[in-house]
Design a protein around this ligand. Structure first.
Ligand code: MN3
Length: 193
């Protein structure tokens, strides 16, 4: 097993009332675990790829010499694995505000509040399952966009900084169809900006 799921570094209920404990438990222990397991199952077929990190594999996915079906499995499950690692990390209640990032965000997006609105709206507008992102592109620019399914910004050679999961499994138990309410409340669980 190359990729193991690390334990959530805080309690399932730590983000209540914005994200409920049951959602966190299922999301981490079942959904994230399934991505890790399926990622390992693909990589088991290709010992040669063991040298590359999952980020490198995603950045170089199109040039890998493996069948399309396995590239797709790597994209979906490798993406699912790294995307969720970042999602747990940015919601860590022990996390401190990143002053330099906040300043840069204010310069580019007007204010942290305007930036949050933009990212939430971008994520909400993603049709079906997907993610909203703040990323840094290969030139160092900050960009906001959404992706479908588990597509990772690493596929575009971008580095993800903030991610908002808008798959129904991220919010449906508490918010049902109210995706907008989740995407707005969610910022209460993110203290880095
Ligand atoms: Mn998810």
């Amino acid at each position: 097993m190359k990729y193991e799921l690390s334990k959530l570094p805080y309690a399932y209920g730590a983000l209540e009332p914005f994200i409920d404990a049951k959602t966190m438990e299922l999301h981490h222990d079942k959904h994230h675990q399934a991505y890790a397991d399926k990622l390992n199952a693909v990589l088991d077929k290709y010992p040669d790829l063991a040298e590359m990190s999952i980020e490198e594999l995603l950045r170089n996915l199109t040039s890998l010499n493996i069948p399309e079906a396995d590239k797709n499995a790597l994209k979906n499950n490798g993406g699912g694995y790294v995307n969720h690692n970042l999602y747990w990390e940015i919601m860590d209640p022990g996390r401190k505000i990143d002053g330099a990032l906040s300043e840069e965000i204010t310069k580019i997006f007007g204010s942290p509040e305007e930036f949050k609105k933009l990212l939430s709206q971008t994520a909400i507008n993603q049709f079906g399952s997907g993610w909203g992102w703040l990323v840094r592109d290969e030139k160092g620019n900050l960009l906001v966009y959404s992706t479908s399914n588990q597509d990772s910004p690493y596929l575009k050679n971008h580095t993800p900084i903030i991610c908002l999961d808008v798959w129904e499994h991220a919010y449906y138990l508490k918010y049902q169809n109210r995706r907008q309410e989740y995407a707005e409340n969610w910022w209460n669980a993110v203290k880095m900006i």
